[in-house]
Design a protein around this ligand. Structure first.
Ligand code: FMN
Length: 243
């Protein structure tokens, strides 16, 4: 997030952008004041903030570790709501927002999960104050009226189950990744886990719905006594290409 030091955008530029926005929304009527306000808010934000400090980059990216043991410290419902408020802002294709998040806090709800967890993941997961089931709804398009009020996008998805599945999985996973980053930004630690029986979780928690589980994410304050050394990552030249 660089401080671009740009002057505020002129009214003419904003009007041109609003016209472009109308085109992008299928020519449907878009209230230009709302578009202008959105553009002004974004420009103002970019001018107000500098890139994150190195300390913040450490906190969010370089130093967090996957946690396997947990302090006996509560995660409040208010904090979970704040976490969702940051998670929900993730970009998703056509603003589909297919991610669904079940936060298990009670012992009873975590005990329901226990038999679905594989091997030595049980103790890593059961000790967490909160276990989030990161899931997605294959019928996410049913909420597109609310999510994209300008135009009817449902025909893109109705009767196309394979397309719905891949769209829901892709975007639900992105929302799950944003949840991990949001949790770190709020001072929480995470323990993402895929070593569990997805079908069993779906039968227990999402029976009779179009929602399916993706991965689990333990949330709380980690107990560093169970950490092992950091595993290496791929170098730029191994994972990236500049074309
Ligand atoms: C989607 C996902 C699933 C994972 N599943 C498991 C798991 O089932 N069991 C486990 O012990 N660790 C699991 N992990 C943790 C990874 O092994 C860990 O994030 C990786 O080794 C990097 O560790 P670090 O985050 O401490 O650098 C999972 C991580 C992710 C992101």
């Amino acid at each position: 997030m660089s401080n671009l030091n740009k002057p505020p955008v002129s009214p003419e530029e904003l009007a041109a952008a609003a016209a472009m926005q109308r085109t992008l929304h299928g020519g449907a009527e878009v209230k230009s004041e709302e578009v202008l306000a959105a553009q002004a808010a974004f420009t103002e934000m970019k001018n107000r903030y500098s890139p994150l400090s190195d300390d913040h980059l450490d906190l969010l990216f370089r130093e967090p570790r996957t946690q396997y043991a947990w302090q006996d410290r509560e995660v409040s419902d208010d904090l979970i709501r704040t976490l969702y408020d940051l998670t929900k802002m993730a970009s998703t294709s056509v603003n589909s927002c297919p991610g669904r998040f079940l936060f298990l806090r009670s012992e009873e709800s975590k005990e329901r999960l226990r038999p679905t967890i594989m091997g030595n993941n049980v103790e890593k997961i059961m000790g967490a104050p909160v276990v989030a089931i990161i899931a997605h709804d294959h019928d996410f398009y049913e909420r597109l009226d609310q999510l994209v009020p300008y135009t009817d996008l449902k025909p893109m998805f109705i009767d196309k189950p394979a397309y719905c599945e891949v769209t829901a999985f892709r975007n639900g996973t992105l929302q799950g990744a944003q949840l991990i980053m949001a949790a770190r930004a709020l001072g929480l630690d995470c323990g993402p886990m895929s070593g569990f029986n997805n079908q069993a979780v779906d039968d227990l928690f999402f029976a009779g719905t179009s929602v399916v589980s993706n991965f689990l994410c333990c949330l709380g304050y980690g107990d560093p006594s169970r950490l092992f050394q950091r595993l290496p990552r791929l170098d730029f030249d191994q994972a990236c290409e500049l074309l």
